[in-house]
Design a protein around this ligand. Structure first.
Ligand code: M6R
Length: 597
């Protein structure tokens, strides 16, 4: 997830070391490139940037020597444009007298770049941060002052983003927020602005939180806020913040996992915007529709997303696809694939060795290679013909949460497009995610005593909720250190039923359409003493048959309901992990990226 930082001071000074430190503090968000710009009173802008890590790029390019009275630092997490020197931020405007950087996604970047080029501007990169600079330049060149120019640029820039910008010839920085985080801080004789609190806290505890639709002007005397809608000044007193750095990095949550669970609505919304604007969606859809066989390939959580994707493709687009674990693809299918087949490889990290091996095996046989990957610039994105970003930002906790929901959402979106359906109806998902998290949080916490004495349980689903049950079971195993098996609910009677004893907890994930079948499964186990916990939308049949019901809000759509039903399972595993005294972010024996066979 990108991060921006800007500072203005009364006197010219060596800003480089301060900017490097801010970069280090922002780096927990994840990034692939780093850049700094300083602006001097004499009109000179010093811009240094490249792909790489903060300390390495800073040493190589001599960031610490950079001086000025204003400075901007940016850490880039690639979505538009590969990680490279030219796509790194900050960016200059056409004449080189304005410099800026952004955080977030400008989803009409491709169209805007074409417009800027047609208007005679100098566009140097394919990165959407540069579009923010040119969008302001466009109106400054027409004679508007920077506030007016930003108000107009806001009309042109679609998406969720924040940016910071500085011009030569005036002792000010400007920043704007729409969707992405932005916090200002007051210094003695200066001011700072940043994507998040942790990068500001060592410099000041006098903080002003910026809201969406606000333009901030930073001067050595403090900050002024204008509303983008009417240009009127907004008064806001600074607050004195007491949080520690670590608490601030976790955004007020006790663990990254919980923070990432609650980020799901936002990243889902961003993903839908990105997919709407992506030039890669149509070519991928075309390949899927023309292919002989389509394989959906991943490991762990990413494989569960493939299973859900396969159900979506069949049910929504009538397209049969084959979900398969990456090593099994090599053993079973690779010998039989050829140029008429397509593989969609799914990964959070883009570096999982098992998946890279499967890509290599498919490539050798001429198969089409496409991918859904969170880390843009990772090996998988580089060796795929086309890759769709998952747009989740950095996922720090080892248990995958927001990347899973965006993988499943990507498949749902592709299935809609393949079926020729209007994807606008998916726009309800972020809001439903918010409602689901609100509705289920306390309900799942209350279940802890039911699991307390057990180190062995089951999580069952059917149809679309089968992959969700597998994912829930993996989360429970991963961070509670208990054995939890995920299974098709109808399979339980074919053997595992013998495990049932008094109070034995079994979670049933009930899809909207599958309640009668789930109710049968519930009765098969409860009559033998099991404790049945149903997760589903409000349904009197679940209330009448299960001992415990976690009620989710009504989604009106079984495809969407299944995606939402993973949220209570993520929260359940989180709370059980905490109750057992474990650290859910970094479970024993596990690593976030598995680069070994
Ligand atoms: O980076 P990937 O998505 O390729 O990783 C695959 C699995 O190792 C990963 O999903 C793992 O199962 C998760 N940590 C589970 O939460």
């Amino acid at each position: 997830m990108c991060g921006i930082f800007g500072i203005i001071t009364r006197d010219e000074q060596q800003l480089g070391p301060l900017l490097i430190d801010a970069g280090r503090r922002l780096s927990y968000r994840g990034y692939d490139s780093v850049g700094c710009a300083t602006i001097h009173r004499d009109g000179k802008i010093d811009l240094r940037k490249d792909a790489g890590k903060v300390d390495e790029v800073a040493n190589r390019l001599g960031f610490s020597e950079m001086t000025g009275s204003r400075g901007i630092l940016q850490l880039r997490w690639a979505t538009f444009g590969a990680p490279s020197q030219v796509n790194s931020q900050p960016h200059l405007d056409s004449d080189g007298d304005m410099v800026g950087a952004h955080n977030g996604n400008v989803v009409n970047n491709v169209e805007l770049r074409q417009q800027f080029i047609a208007e005679g501007m100098i566009v140097r990169s394919t990165n959407d941060g540069e579009s923010c600079v040119h969008a302001v330049e466009r109106y400054v060149d027409r004679g508007m002052d920077p506030i007016e120019a930003i108000r107009h640029a806001y009309q042109d820039l679609a998406g969720d983003y924040s940016f910071v910008i500085g011009r030569v010839g005036e002792e000010k920085l400007y920043a704007f927020k729409k969707g992405s985080g932005l916090v200002a801080g007051l210094l003695d004789g200066g001011a700072v602005i940043s994507s998040d609190l942790p990068s500001i806290l060592p410099l000041t505890r006098r903080i002003v939180r910026i809201e969406d639709g606000e333009i901030v002007t930073l001067t050595p005397d403090g900050i002024t806020i204008h509303g983008v809608a009417d240009g009127q000044i907004i008064q806001r007193e600074p607050e004195l913040v007491q949080e520690t750095m670590e608490a601030a990095q976790k955004g007020g949550y006790p663990h990254f996992m919980l923070k990432e669970i609650h980020e799901q609505p936002v990243v889902a919304g961003e993903l839908l915007h990105l997919l709407d604007a992506s030039p890669d969606v149509n070519p991928i859809i075309e390949k899927i529709s023309q292919a002989r066989n389509v394989y959906l390939i991943g490991c762990g959580t990413s494989y569960h997303a493939c299973l859900a994707g396969s159900v979506y493709f069949s049910r929504i687009a009538r397209r049969v696809t084959i979900p398969v674990l990456a090593p099994q693809f090599i053993a079973q299918y690779a010998p039989a694939v050829g140029p008429r087949d397509v593989g969609i490889f799914v990964s959070q990290s883009g570096e999982t060795k098992d998946v890279l091996n499967a890509i290599e095996a498919g490539k050798q046989r001429g198969m089409g290679i496409f991918s859904l990957v969170n880390v843009v610039g990772s090996t998988m994105t580089r060796i795929s013909e086309r890759s769709l970003p998952l747009a989740c930002g950095y996922e720090i906790s080892v248990p995958a949460t927001k990347t899973f929901t965006n993988q499943v959402l990507s498949f749902l979106y592709l299935a809609y497009r393949l079926a020729g359906l209007d994807t606008a109806s998916l726009a309800v998902i972020p809001d439903l995610m918010v409602k689901t998290l609100e509705a289920v949080s306390h309900q799942v916490q209350a279940l802890e005593p039911d699991f307390h004495r057990w180190n062995d349980f089951y999580c069952l689903g059917y149809g679309l909720t089968f992959p969700i049950a597998l994912e829930g079971a993996l989360k429970l195993k991963e961070i509670t250190y208990s054995h939890c098996e995920g299974m098709l609910s109808t399979e339980f009677k074919h053997g595992p039923l013998s495990a049932v004893q008094d109070g034995y907890p079994i979670v049933f994930v009930a899809g909207r359409e599958d309640v009668p079948l789930i109710v049968s499964g519930i009765n098969e186990v409860t009559c033998r003493g099991a404790l049945a916990i149903a997760i589903g939308e409000a349904d009197p049949r679940l209330d009448a048959n299960a001992q415990k019901v976690v009620v989710m809000p009504d989604s009106g759509d079984s495809n969407i309901a299944a995606l939402l039903s993973v949220l209570p399972l993520q929260l359940l595993s989180y709370h059980l992990s905490i109750a057992r005294g474990f650290d859910p972010d970094f479970p024993r024996n596990l690593s976030k990226t598995l680069t070994v066979d």
